[in-house]
Unconditional design. Structure first.
Length: 215
């Protein structure tokens, strides 16, 4: 993993889109609780962090040994982690599942993939969330291993509440179970948000664009 650069770049133009304190929520957003407003630390930086090998969550046997994690982009710090573990994916045994985490253009972009083994997988994507943003989390089975979502490939996803802490998610094909993430995060288990179009959860990440891992 690369070291974050010491040079800080300050953005004077207003942030738009998914930042919490400028956000005017779309009706497309689900699983969003407008309970708090963000006061993110006004520090900007850009880095690229990539890793291959064991990116599994400690203590979980699913998927870690052959996983890959890539995090790129910049934006407001502190950057926060995602821990995600899947189970009951037996129908997709041996296939590769990809996780894409994105809030806005130029912000942090996390990409990870792992082989589904025993119907399970587990990954930690470090420093993938910008503080104080609603963030799209998408998962899809990359059947043709082209690093992109294609029409017909299984797809799941949702939009988080305002991310202010490390987020832990356990997922099944029926939905995510959420813990952590901060006071505006809706905790507990929920059904997946239906895609608005093939390979589109909320449009915060272009899943049809090849996103290699490592980036």
């Amino acid at each position: 993993m690369s070291t974050r650069p010491l040079t800080l770049t300050f953005a004077l133009s207003p942030l738009r889109g998914a930042r919490a304190n400028g956000f005017r929520g779309s009706r497309l957003f689900a699983l969003v609780a407008l309970l708090t407003s963000s006061c993110g630390v006004d520090r900007f930086a850009t880095t690229t962090d990539s890793a291959t090998g064991d990116a599994g969550v400690a203590g979980d046997d699913g998927g870690g040994a052959s996983s890959c994690v890539s995090v790129t982009g910049g934006g407001l710090e502190p950057w926060l982690d995602l821990q995600i573990a899947g189970r009951q994916f037996d129908a997709y045994e041996g296939r590769r599942i990809r996780v894409v985490v994105s809030s806005h253009a130029g912000g942090r972009l996390g990409v990870a993939d792992a082989a589904i083994a025993g119907g399970a997988f587990a990954m930690t994507i470090p420093a993938t969330f910008n503080y104080g943003y609603y963030t799209e989390i998408a998962l899809y089975v990359d059947d043709d291993t082209d690093d992109a979502c294609d029409v017909g490939e299984p797809l799941w996803g949702f939009v988080t509440g305002i991310v202010q802490e490390t987020l832990v998610i356990e997922v099944t094909p029926d939905g995510p179970c959420i813990s952590g993430g901060g006071p505006s995060m809706i905790q507990g288990c929920h059904p997946w948000r239906p895609p608005v179009a093939p390979c589109v959860i909320n449009g915060q990440a272009d899943l049809t664009m090849p996103l290699p891992c490592p980036g």
